[in-house]
Design a protein around this ligand. Structure first.
Ligand SMILES: Cc1cc2nc3c(=O)[nH]c(=O)nc-3n(C[C@H](O)[C@H](O)[C@H](O)COP(=O)(O)OP(=O)(O)OC[C@H]3O[C@@H](n4cnc5c(N)ncnc54)[C@H](O)[C@@H]3O)c2cc1C
Length: 470
């Protein structure tokens, strides 16, 4: 096959949400030329392989690329997200990114898009369809927007043995069932497991027919506190003030989580069972109450072997009743990521710089790339907030996110950029507090606790790491 030589300022590998949000800023804030490469036939990354009933779990307002709104500014009526801002469906998200590519990016004439291509490293990629190889002379930087390696049920292989004859399927296939089982067993306690249970219950499945294998429970965020519109001002900022106050006053991780639950920042499905994981997933209170109708919850650790008549776990076993369907929700979306700086010579590896906000983070990193000099200064403004995994990472993530926020606030240009970037959900809301004593009082609770919160989170994190090491 022939090798084609191309040239561009930036080579962006990955057209998922992160690559798209990054390229969008390069296009709107510079005259750079860009080549984008992806294995998928369409932009949108993991949304191409998502289960049919997937939705965003955070409001649509702060998802997508900066230059194009995804939300239509509607509240949802009815359903489990009643009264809250809309959550785009997976199909909407995919259509959105496709539209952005075709009608925003490509018409600039400065971006070339190579779908269905495998990136091989060193600026080289190969077409999965035609086999042609390409080599890119990159004048500025390579942007590795594949770092998160988001796993979804359809692209995941379970890490336990499954005997022949077991009726087992990824969540993607659940809406295709033709033969109704007696019993549904949902394997996985994360957000995907939550989505599977909610879907079954909404489709009319009796909760007594669902068994939920939840090796670990999760701390969850109350979605009401993530709403970026003014009517939710007090929900959002009371929760943030509660976070600051709890972080400033806690004397241990346990105490921190207790305080965070008491102030309404965190919620959990089972109030009698202490969660051990935190992935930043949000739920509405209606979803939480619906999930609580499932009583058959199995907490014997992870499955090690799935047989036709027995499930073996890390801590025991259970018999399998006749006519059972297992639904795989065991993919961990983000796993085993190495420690890498975001800016390192001629490679940029976008990661989160604000908790739970991968696309805002990508946009901000692109802006920093264009507007600041030197990797040291760029990395100072863009300290990595690792994706939360265990609950014990929460203190480190939150302290880093707050520290970034403080550093940005000390830079007038960057503060102004954030204020006008649509992916920043909350700066505009803060503005609405001017001249309003009640709102100002809530913000003051945040500000007056901010420094103590960061210092104490760092201390708790260090104490925890020392205890683990000894
Ligand atoms: C179900 C679900 C719901 C979510 N909801 C929200 C939400 O409401 N709000 C929010 O902020 N976040 C949400 N997230 C998280 C967020 O969507 C993801 O973190 C984000 O979309 C990840 O984007 P990404 O571009 O990093 O990764 P991906 O979407 O995985 O994109 C990476 C791309 O890189 C490509 N790629 C990888 N390796 C190569 C290679 N060698 N050659 C070519 N191409 C390659 C892949 O094909 C893929 O297209 C959600 C995540 C999931 C799973």
């Amino acid at each position: 096959m022939s090798e084609n030589v191309l040239e561009a300022d930036y080579l962006v590998v990955g057209t998922g949400a992160v690559g798209m949000a990054f390229a969008d800023i390069l296009l709107s804030e510079s005259d750079a030329t860009i080549i984008m490469v992806d294995r998928y036939a369409k932009p949108g990354g993991h949304w191409n392989a998502a289960y049919p009933f997937v939705q965003l779990h955070q409001p649509s307002q702060f998802y997508g690329v900066s230059s194009r709104e995804l939300s239509r500014g509607r509240l949802e009526h009815g359903g489990l997200n009643d009264g809250l801002n809309e959550l785009a469906s997976g199909a909407e998200v995919s259509a959105y990114f496709d539209d952005v590519m075709r009608h925003e990016f490509l018409p600039t004439g400065r971006l070339q898009y190579f779908p269905m291509c495998d990136y091989l490293g060193d600026g080289r990629f190969v077409s999965k369809v035609g086999g042609d190889e390409y080599r890119v002379t990159v004048r500025k930087k390579i942007v590795d927007a594949t770092f998160l390696k988001t796993k979804v049920p359809s692209t995941h292989t379970p890490n336990f043995a499954i005997d022949e004859g077991v009726r087992f399927m990824p969540l993607n296939d659940l809406p295709k069932i033709t033969e109704q089982p007696e019993r549904y067993v949902i394997v996985g306690g994360g957000k995907t497991g939550i989505d599977a249970c909610l879907w079954l219950l909404q489709m009319g499945c009796n909760p007594d027919r669902i068994q939920w294998i939840r090796p670990r429970d999760a701390w969850l965020l109350n979605r009401r506190n993530t709403q970026p519109t003014e009517e939710f001002f007090f929900d959002v900022f009371n929760a943030q003030a509660g976070l600051m106050e709890s972080a400033a006053a806690a004397d241990s991780f346990d105490d921190l989580f207790t305080k965070l639950e008491d102030c309404g920042y965190f919620v959990r499905i089972d109030e009698n069972h202490k969660p051990e994981m935190f992935h930043g997933a949000t739920v509405s209170i209606a979803e939480l109450e619906t999930l609580r109708t499932i009583k058959d919850v199995v907490r014997l650790g992870r499955i090690t072997h799935l047989g036709t008549d027995k499930i073996e776990f890390q801590r025991g076993s259970l018999s399998v009743s006749d006519n059972t369907l297992f639904v795989d929700c065991s993919a961990r979306p983000v796993d085993n990521l190495p420690d890498l700086p975001i800016f390192a010579g001629d490679v940029i590896t976008p990661q989160m710089v604000r908790s739970y906000q991968p696309v805002f983070s990508a946009a901000l990193i692109a802006h920093v790339e264009l507007s600041y000099e030197g990797d040291e200064e760029k990395n100072r403004l863009c300290a990595v907030v690792p994706p939360p995994e265990a609950d014990t990472v929460f203190a480190h993530c939150t302290a880093t996110s707050f520290t970034n926020q403080y550093n940005w606030s000390q830079d007038a240009d960057l503060s102004e950029w954030i204020l006008h970037n649509r992916l920043d959900g909350f700066s505009q809301m803060v503005k609405t507090a001017e001249g309003n004593p009640e709102k100002t009082a809530v913000l003051e609770r945040m500000r007056s606790n901010a420094v103590a919160a960061v210092m104490n989170l760092i201390k708790l994190d260090q104490e925890y790491k020392q205890a683990e090491a000894s």
